[in-house]
Design a protein around this ligand. Sequence first.
Ligand code: PLP
Length: 396
Amino acid sequence: MQLSSLLLRFAEPETLKMAKLGRELTVKGIDIIGLSLGEPDFDTPQHIKDAAKTAIDENWSHYPPVAGYLDVREAVCNKLKRDNDLDYTPDQIVIGTGAKQNIANTVLSIVDEGDEVIIPTPYWVSYSAIAGLAKGKVKFVNTTPENKYKITPEELESAITYKTKLFIFSSPCNPTGVIYTKEELKALADVFDKFPRIFIISDEIYEYINFVGKHESIAQFESLKSRVIIINGLSKGFAMTGWRLGYSASSTEIAKACEKVQGQFTSGANAVTQRAAIAALNSSLKPTNEMVKQFKIRKQIVMKLLKDIPLISCIEPDGAFYVFPEVDKYFGKKYNGDVIKDADDLCMYLLNEAHVSTVTGSAFGEPKCIRISFANSMENIEEGFKRIKQGLSKLT
Ligand code: PLP
């Protein structure tokens, strides 16, 4: 069977693959602790669920406008003003089927074959895959734990060439949990000011899962705003991963391009979810803040549990719900004669022998690390870390 060459340009997301393998073992009756997936283990707040039920009863069952209902886009504009002091109009907003869709819309709108796309590592798995789909040439810039995995203005500037078209990053970052400060963003913005051809995708999907202070967006710098595409959505902050709603905020020109792409791929985001999104975006953030409080408590416990595991080091995340420890001191060790060569082997070993699912750092462009999610109950987190510690102690 001859399938398309496009399939060779990307792989199945490692995050979803690990979850699938974990589920397969669970079906076989093995008790797996899942610390691989990137979704809150909380329920969607009641008032949002109620809004969806009302929408069903009111027959919101027809094709929505491709870019999203006007009042949903207005709600996004109000949110951007309320939370970020940013001015956008509804014609600058596109509602998509999850932030991932909005990233795809944007990349396909901007990147041509051979255009360079700069992505600082560690990065979220899908950025490079989507850039590859657009035939962009991905240029990774390796960051270090010493600089809390943040790209410096110098590193950014030296990676830029006349072919650079797009820069993609997330803050708070998946997988490291690091958050760029306003000063750090300003320093990057000063570099971008010198290169007016470059667009910036600022993935802010973890905006609310912030343990240290106020969220800062690179779109706040006026000289840059027309080239920044903010990506955000409901998945993480409102515990709504399965509802599939994201949005982009950009110049009108890019919004129109994204709408055109989306018109051929999905015809727009689910109508009922869009109605529920109005309730999420317009109402109090109390349930979100409660959830974040729990994530913060878990983070503190997870940092203690990590300190208890020999040969591992880890920066403390400022946001999101992951830790990203360096585990390379275990590479070269053996279990039953089999060598653990790298993070891929270590994750498979932890899954098959210790019965905990994590994700290999190589999926995020940092092969020394593994990603462990703390979006699970305290009980499961403690059990998961106990298993990781015991599993690692068996390697010789
Ligand atoms: N961006 C980042 C950094 C993510 O971690 C994720 C999901 O894991 C997404 C985007 C996609 O979000 P959504 O579920 O809204 O498509």
